[in-house]
Design a protein around this ligand. Structure first.
Ligand SMILES: Cc1cc2nc3c(=O)[nH]c(=O)nc-3n(C[C@H](O)[C@H](O)[C@H](O)COP(=O)(O)OP(=O)(O)OC[C@H]3O[C@@H](n4cnc5c(N)ncnc54)[C@H](O)[C@@H]3O)c2cc1C
Length: 391
């Protein structure tokens, strides 16, 4: 058994843990960081299994601010993650927008949110049905009233995001331990380190729980409760009969169906459903596409009647009771910091959330983005920071 002394130990090397490490080290807020990751090739971690969508169209001020920081961060990604020996990776950030389709039922909510979003500096357009049909002639629009188009938004390659953050954090001295954390050490009401099979990590400034969908499990290792539940989501990659979707935005329909273009003329299609399993499972079900998603997709995009399903996968989202993330110190355990629970939008909020947590650890509070609404205490206080479902 070896012992390692660092300032901060991070549990989880997905986009959240890497963003925290990146910001802690690039801003010089701490001198040393260890990142423990049980699945270093990211077969099951959520970041690599995500749909890659990035937006600042949110219903809460805190998520809008995190999204705006993240979009700027992703724009500058290559330069920000370049090291002395290597350029930062190309994350293929295609800023083709987000398009939320409106019908009579959801229109009021979208228009109310659009006013709020604009007040917070979000660049958006309100499209009426005629404009929608003109811009996107492949969509069936008879049942729609229009759409909200987020101009800053897009989608990117999440693996390359992890690669770049890891590369930069490593250059700045981050130590990577590719093992499961099996214990969190607590002394006098304070988290002081973590335990893996081979290493005792002593962390003088604290421990970060960035374990995504496993966030509740890792909290249990520290003897505290965090309300994060893993929920299985499935996505499908199809080849349309004609290569006409290349410039499409990320489209979200009122039913929850979404799709966006993938390289090679393909479309990535998904939908969050109330039947989605709760728990740790990565089972992918082709029949679900054929029975449930395909008919709906063909209804919305008639050309997709003739699509061919090529592949797909299942991954976990990390849901909290109010579908908002948790950023900050655990109320019952000092120096045990939470950066989890982003409920299916963690990739797009990770740069801002990692910055905020790094400032909390290094400077005592988040100075750049006010993340007080995401504090863990809100659950015990009976409060909530509801992020409204948009699809
Ligand atoms: C199908 C699907 C589509 C999605 N689409 C989008 C999207 O378009 N846009 C978006 O923003 N988000 C999307 N998400 C959500 C997004 O993937 C997550 O919110 C985000 O990746 C969370 O990042 P994370 O670092 O917290 O989690 P992860 O990437 O899961 O990282 C946590 C890591 O912790 C590790 N870990 C857990 N326990 C331990 C332990 N005891 N010891 C060591 N390591 C441990 C895990 O192995 C894991 O690698 C999607 C998710 C899914 C499943």
């Amino acid at each position: 058994m070896q012992t390692l002394d660092v300032d901060v130990a991070i549990v989880g090397g997905g986009v959240m843990g890497l963003s925290a490490a990146y910001h802690l080290l690039t801003l010089g807020l701490v001198d040393s960081v260890a990142i423990c990751e049980q699945d270093p090739i990211h077969l099951r971690s959520s970041t690599g299994l995500s749909a890659g969508g990035v937006r600042d169209l949110f219903s809460t001020a805190v998520n809008i601010a995190l999204g705006q920081y993240s979009i700027r961060f992703f724009e500058e990604f290559s330069a920000r993650t370049a090291t002395a020996s290597e350029p930062g990776p190309e994350i293929s950030f295609r800023r083709q927008g987000y398009l939320f389709l409106m019908n009579q039922e959801n229109e009021r909510g979208f228009l109310r949110r659009a006013d709020f979003q604009e007040l917070h500096g979000v660049a958006l357009e309100r499209l009426d049905r005629a404009e929608l049909g003109h811009r996107y002639p492949q969509l069936r629009t008879e049942d729609l009233t229009g759409a909200i188009f987020g101009r800053s938004d897009g989608f990117l390659d999440a693996y390359q995001v992890m690669r770049g953050l890891r590369q930069k954090a490593a250059e700045l001295g981050a130590v990577f331990i590719d093992e499961e954390v099996v214990g969190v050490a607590v002394e006098a009401g304070r988290a002081v380190g973590v335990q893996t099979a081979t290493t005792t990590v002593r962390a003088s400034r604290g421990v970060v729980n960035a374990a995504g969908a496993w966030g509740g499990e890792v909290a249990r290792l520290a003897g505290v409760f965090v309300p994060v539940v893993p929920v299985v989501r499935q996505v499908y990659v199809c080849r349309p009969p004609e290569d006409v979707f290349g410039n499409y935005p990320f489209v979200g329909a009122p039913s929850g169906l979404y799709f966006h273009p993938e390289p090679g003329g393909r479309l990535l299609v998904g939908k969050a459903m109330s039947e989605d399993l709760v728990g740790l499972s990565w089972d992918w079900d082709r029949r679900r596409f054929e029975d449930m998603l395909w008919p709906e997709l063909a209804e919305r995009v008639p050309l997709m009647e003739r699509t061919r399903l090529e592949s797909g996968w299942a991954g976990l989202v990390e849901n909290t009771p109010d579908l908002s993330g948790i950023v900050g110190e655990h109320p019952d355990l000092r120096a045990f910091y939470l950066l989890t629970g982003f409920s299916g939008v963690g990739l797009m909020l990770a740069p801002g959330a990692g910055l905020a947590l790094a400032e909390i650890i290094g400077q005592g509070r988040a100075r750049t983005i006010d993340v007080a609404d995401l504090r863990a205490e809100r659950f015990a206080e009976g409060g909530a920071t509801w992020e409204e479902k948009m699809m």
